[in-house]
Design a protein around this ligand. Sequence first.
Ligand SMILES: Nc1nc2c(ncn2[C@@H]2O[C@H](COP(=O)(O)OP(=O)(O)OP(=O)(O)O)[C@@H](O)[C@H]2O)c(=O)[nH]1
Ligand SMILES: [Mg+2]
Length: 303
Amino acid sequence: MSANPLKAGFIAVAGRPNVGKSSLINALLGQKIAIVSAKPQTTRRNQLGILTEPGLQIVFVDTPGLHEARNPLGHYMMDAAGRALADADAVLWIVDVSVAPTGGDRHAIARILEAAPKAPKVLALNKADKLKAAHVLTHTDAYRSLVPDAAWMLVSATRGDNLTEIREMLVATLPASEALLYPEDEVTQTHLRELAGELIRESALHALEQEVPHGIAVDVIDYDESEPGQVRISAEVIVERDTHKAIVIGKGGAMLQRIGTHARREIEDLIGTHVFLDLHVKVEPGWRDNARMVRRLGYKPED
Ligand SMILES: Nc1nc2c(ncn2[C@@H]2O[C@H](COP(=O)(O)OP(=O)(O)OP(=O)(O)O)[C@@H](O)[C@H]2O)c(=O)[nH]1
Ligand SMILES: [Mg+2]
């Protein structure tokens, strides 16, 4: 056996919505695999982000933000987060240190401690770039007191502060492993077809700001790679009401075109070929409240 055996394991990245879990995973990987938006509850499924280096494989599991579920989609999201926590070797709890802890944070850490009582915890005090000098001690102490045994670090996912430091803390929690958990060139397990759907949803979230809050889903109907050097994608943007459909289409189709152009560029960056993207908008009234529809759109427990 070599002096430095391989370390590898799963790190569930958890916390309340919008604190920067997906942003921090992308920053730690140095590559965008998870979609990010200013709206809470952006991440809906668990998604792996795999970092492999000589002697090391960290498998980050991005999870939906911990919140009180109010509909079948919310229940799916909270089940997913619970499973990731239960299966994790360690937990990275992320908070927004620029604001004092809220009831949402206390709820989040209670869920984490319940689902992963034994796993070592690391606390990432994220958005340190927005933290006012007058709040550094009070906010830091307030969050630390909720997980007194955890290693902790002030970080900024967007500015890249202290990423090496938090990474070293995470590596310290990982077990020794006989073998890699995933092939060394794999960055995520999510299929390109599904990632394309997520990038379309992200583009819609960005373009629509506050207008169509949470009720957007994207159904990729066709993902055709049969011609070399190009991919033809046909997708439906699903909304909950007719009024939302009108907003997503926009005047003369301008909004849908904007969403499509931006998404197409992002998908091209990801897969490195030309993309032809055909988008349509469809209304599924109140789909998030309809368990069958939620499953049909791919939010199924076995994922
Ligand atoms: N100022 C600042 N903003 C950040 C930082 N990290 C993330 N953000 C912003 O916070 C917002 C939410 O980021 P996400 O990465 O989507 O957060 P999340 O925790 O994955 O959210 P959910 O998936 O909804 O649970 C986005 O607008 C990010 O750009 C940071 O370090 N500093
Ligand atoms: Mg997220």
